[in-house]
Design a protein. Sequence first.
Length: 590
Amino acid sequence: MSPEKGFLPNISRRIGDILVNSGLLTPEQLSEALEAQKNSGVKLGQILVQKGFIEEKKLFGFLSKQFGIEFADLPAVEIKEDAIKAIPENIARRFNLIGVEKKEHVLRVAMEDPLNIVVLDDLKMMTGYDIKAVFASEGAIISAIDKYYGAKTSKEALDEILKKTNGEVSEIELVREDQAKGGGEDIILLEEKGEAAPIIKMVNLTIYSAIKANASDIHIEPGPKATKVRFRIDGVLHPQPAPPKKFHNAIVSRIKIMASLDISERRLPQDGRTKLMIDEKEIDLRISVLPCGLGEKVVMRILDSSGLKLRLEDLGMEPENLAIFSKCIKHPHGINLITGPTGSGKSTTLYSALAVLNEPGVNIITIEDPIEYNLEGINQVGVNADVGLTFASGLRSFLRQDPDIIMVGEIRDFETMSIAINAAMTGHLVLSTLHTNNAPGAITRIVMMGVEPFLMTSTLLMIVAQRLVRTICKNCKEMYEVKPDLLLGLGISRSLIENNIKNGKIILSRGTGCELCTKTGYKGRVGIHEILEINDEIRALIMEKAHISKIKEAARKNGMLTLRESAVRKLFAGYTTVEEVIRVTASDVD
């Protein structure tokens, strides 16, 4: 058995000399080992065994005989429960020792340094027993501490989290739980220690609490002293009660098993997904594991199809925006683009559009990375880069499937864009997304991909930029008066402010914070939209390769609402707050 770092007791130079005098080491071997210790800081006993200068059993046999102290092979020893209870866990971990057996007034204790008189005296005073110390390797003691104290502390940790959350562990059924790949010491130890159940319940509680809170993501992060758990609720991360640091690897292993990932691989990122049944509702979890400096970070994206709103009226569009959107998505051919950062609701908008277009006489095909929600009556294909199925290759194949409408999850490069344009020019309606800050910016992005302006103008129908703003909690909503100067600082025109003055006052809304909204004042989100319809004037500017500012100016003259203006309408309508308008649309101010 090759020992890990710190597995053997700390052997001094004096003991090394005794080993040489006993013929178990040569002077050259001792010198080489001492030099290696000086450079690495690793314990001398470990170096001697690693280099093959002496066998581990011979070394421990020599130490036992030399000092007249028994050697305990802990993995083979049955440790008694009363001996464990005699020494608190914090003391066992601090001094790396563990009680083995208690007989009358004598407590037998396994230690890596049984010659430490100070620790022996402290143990005697603390426990009230005479202490009989025995030799054991450091690694074996650590494993024994984890094994015999672990089950108790994991249950206590679970109870502590339950107490903090005032919750209960719901039964979560995996719709499909494949055998995880690889080995993984954590899972083996969990089973041996019998503490798998508390860890599984801890993970279940975290997932169930997140779903109850309507969270979109769960972040489980390793810290220097503690594991950190956060839920993304309405676009903002909120800290949650977290388990002790020592359970982090076990929790990550459990999540990997749920997603059929390799639990023995901790050096590379991994992605997977699983399906859960919670309260008779099916939930999809998209799981990403990322190795960091302090351990593996896990992010779980919660995909609840039951909460998916597919009515266009539920997207939060202003009446004029909804009219343009409805008209463009029903066009027989062309390209409609939805833009915005990750988490801005682009997928929901696309799915809502597809729900409107999904009729028996229409063939709709999508390619997504990944498929977030399954829509009945629509042929959905997931990207699989490992076998060469990309957005571009999938889109090229779609054209041979006689589609009427094609949805591409994201256009990232010239190849995908050019195929989409070709599809639009040959009579297909194409829906897709881009990552840009605003609607006019998408035109610049497409030009940078290498697309000729005349191809763009002949196919583009509409570009939608969108964000999500948090809505005020209805349970704790209150009205308050605000001064016009504050709103002028938001870039709101004086005329718009004057139009919203009632009885000489401007009244806005805010949430005071309650149990229902977890003291945030917000509950839910609504979309804000900037919709650029490609009319003849915009086409002419694109052909001229006009600057983005000119395109935006022309669009606003034609009635386009900017993201900030859309958000301000939500503000005056009592949906959101001044702070939220500033937070979400800070980049939209000229």
